[in-house]
Design a protein around this ligand. Structure first.
Ligand code: B12
Ligand code: SF4
Length: 520
């Protein structure tokens, strides 16, 4: 059987995992990847350029059909779900091939997602086993069975929900990710090698996808990790091609087990030796851990801070406080590792004063970068469940989020009404630029901008933030530069491909001819 995956945005490790697994079980795979650089929330977003230079759902559907799939598979994020549905609808107008959806969005809202007529099956949770079962029971225009574990179907009149199968306990038993499926189309992705050494997270922050876990997998152990040998051998294999400049470990928290990290450090330093970046949590960092990371040659650690207000963190069921962050960055500073801090704006109950406190604190600890997100209410999370009761969202807004319709407005700032809330949000938006500026400006400049109120006169908006991000990349370490160049490279390549497909006849490499060469 041949499964064609359809995705947009950046490299997708879940699809690479599923593709490798399907191939190992004797199936064929193809990928239709649309960079969508101007609307993916991951690069230089612009509705004008998106309309001009990005493919329409119909164009993407044509590319999918050209790969001659037996099953079509989408992986949805909340921000990409609407686009995925539009492509799925265009596909159904062209062909009855079964369409299956998986990924974080539908995992968080399976009962709503399966109501969409263009979707034949929705997979929740870990997808390897379910995908293989679905491939094996795929017939010409339908799935022949509806008892596939992890999978939701539309029955006659009622929704069919199947239980989830146990999580894969031994990650070493899985094949390495099929990275080639992305590199064939976007060679720049190989420069920064994305890898995961573990699945799952022990924590349950209410704004995070992992808060769904106890509901979805009651009684299961969430965190599983590959052996050091398995990870290092994979890296050696890819390094031999000579294209990787840097490695990024996307584990939710890389630093959970100091014994594993020590063993990893020795092997990584001796056999890989490339700079790498990873995530930590303030409750998962110690002096020993920082030393082990330094020993391995770690170039940057991303620290999930999110808020410096202990009450907010407690409210979000997130462990940690300002002191834990301080000791974390002290450890990293002492061993000479750069750190970047993740911060969330618009958390429930937080106003401009909380952001000013955060800025004062960040200005003391002086990170190399601050990654700022607005609070997002994601399907299935405990944060979304509570938002209606707490008066933050209306039921109608929740319904739109679950359906993937509120593709932008599911972020906090666009959800509150007029009045004091609106004024507070305006002020937070003015402060936002200081988070981007902080690593580039001196401590005194930031203090002056913040305490004198001069930050209110700074230019702001997405364009300013993007210019600052570019400036930071150019001024910062080579790792950050690599990421920016990869994203810009994806933007250029995506725009070029769409233009070529529209302008050139098939005989000169446009239209369907291009679609054919890029599938598989
Ligand atoms: C690594 C990572 C990234 C990486 C790589 C993306 C990727 N998916 O590989 C990068 C940096 C590119 C990234 C970007 C973003 N991310 Co991210 N990312 C993660 C992270 C930390 C780990 C994902 C991972 O690699 N898991 C391991 C792989 C093997 O598992 P998986 O992708 O979940 O896939 C498995 C199952 O979900 C399922 N499955 C998935 N798809 C399908 C499809 C089918 C057909 C089937 C059958 C099964 C199936 O089977 C897979 C194998 O078991 C998660 C955290 C989390 N809780 O998962 C967030 C997470 C997925 N990201 C998230 C978000 C919001 C984003 C961004 C939108 C952020 C932003 N604003 O820019 C962007 C989206 C960019 C884009 N459009 O491409 C959210 C998604 C929530 C949601 N409901 O949409 C998560 C859940 C974090 C959170 N906030 O809770 N991310
Ligand atoms: S620690 Fe990070 S990955 Fe784990 S639940 Fe909290 S936000 Fe999610």
């Amino acid at each position: 059987m041949r499964v064609t995956f359809v995705t947009s945005g950046l490299e997708h490790l879940g699809i690479a995992a599923l593709s490798a697994y399907a191939k190992a079980q004797g199936h064929e795979t193809a990928l239709v990847y649309e960079p969508k650089p101007f609307s993916s929330n991951s690069g230089p977003d612009s509705p004008f350029f998106a309309r001009l230079l990005e493919p329409t759902p119909e164009e993407t559907a044509q590319r999918v059909i050209a790969t001659k799939p037996d099953v079509i598979a989408f992986s949805s994020y909340t921000i990409t779900h609407r686009w995925s549905i539009e492509v799925a609808r265009a596909l159904k107008r062209l062909s009855p091939t079964p369409i299956v959806f998986g990924g974080p969005h539908v995992s968080g809202a399976p009962e709503v997602s399966i109501r969409e007529e263009s979707i034949d099956a929705v997979v929740e949770g870990e997808g390897e086993g379910a995908l293989i079962d679905l491939l094996e029971c795929a017939e010409k225009d339908r799935f022949g069975r509806t008892d596939v574990a992890n999978t939701w179907f539309r029955g006659d009149g009622a929704t069919i929900r199947n239980p989830v199968r146990p999580l894969i306990a031994d990650l070493d038993s899985l094949p390495w990710l099929d990275k080639q499926i992305f590199y064939d189309q976007m060679p720049a992705f190989e420069r920064e090698f994305y890898v995961i050494s573990r699945r799952g997270c022990p924590f349950r922050c209410s704004f995070c996808e992992y808060s769904i876990f106890p509901k979805q997998y009651p009684g299961e152990k969430p965190v599983r990790r590959r052996s050091v040998e398995n990870v290092i051998t994979e890296l050696e294999h890819w390094m031999a091609r000579g294209n990787i400049r840097k490695v990024f470990f996307w584990d939710a928290i890389f630093t959970l087990d100091v014994h594993w990290v020590r063993e990893f450090a020795k092997a990584y330093r001796e056999r890989v030796g490339l700079p790498f970046e990873c995530y930590t949590h303030p409750h998962a960092m110690s002096r020993d851990m920082a030393e082990a990371l330094a020993d391995a040659g770690c170039s940057m650690v991303r620290v999930g801070v999110q808020s410096v207000n202990s009450d907010t963190l407690a409210e979000m069921e997130r462990k940690g406080d300002q002191e834990k962050v301080r000791t974390t960055v002290d450890h990293l500073h002492e061993v000479g590792i750069n750190y970047s801090l993740d911060h969330i704006l618009g958390l429930p109950g937080e106003g401009p004063d909380d952001q000013k406190n955060a800025l004062r604190f960040y200005n003391e600890v002086r990170p190399a970068r601050i990654v700022v997100h607005w609070m997002t209410y994601l399907p299935g999370t405990t944060g979304l469940d509570r938002a209606v009761g707490d008066g933050i969202l209306t039921q109608e807004q929740v319904d739109r989020i679950l359906a993937g319709d509120q593709t932008e407005g599911f972020e906090a700032p666009r959800l509150v009404g007029p009045g004091a809330h609106q004024r507070a949000l305006e002020e937070i938006r003015r402060l936002e630029v200081l988070f981007d500026l902080l690593p580039l400006a001196s401590q005194r400049t930031i203090t002056w901008l913040l305490e004198s109120g001069a930050y209110r006169r700074l230019p702001r908006g997405m364009a300013v933030r993007q210019v600052l991000a570019l400036a930071l990349a150019l001024a910062g370490d080579s790792a950050t530069r690599e990421r920016i160049f990869t994203i810009l490279g994806a933007a250029a390549r995506g725009a070029l491909d769409t233009t070529r497909r529209r302008v050139l006849p098939a005989s000169l490499g446009g239209g369907e001819a291009l679609a054919d060469t890029r599938g598989g």
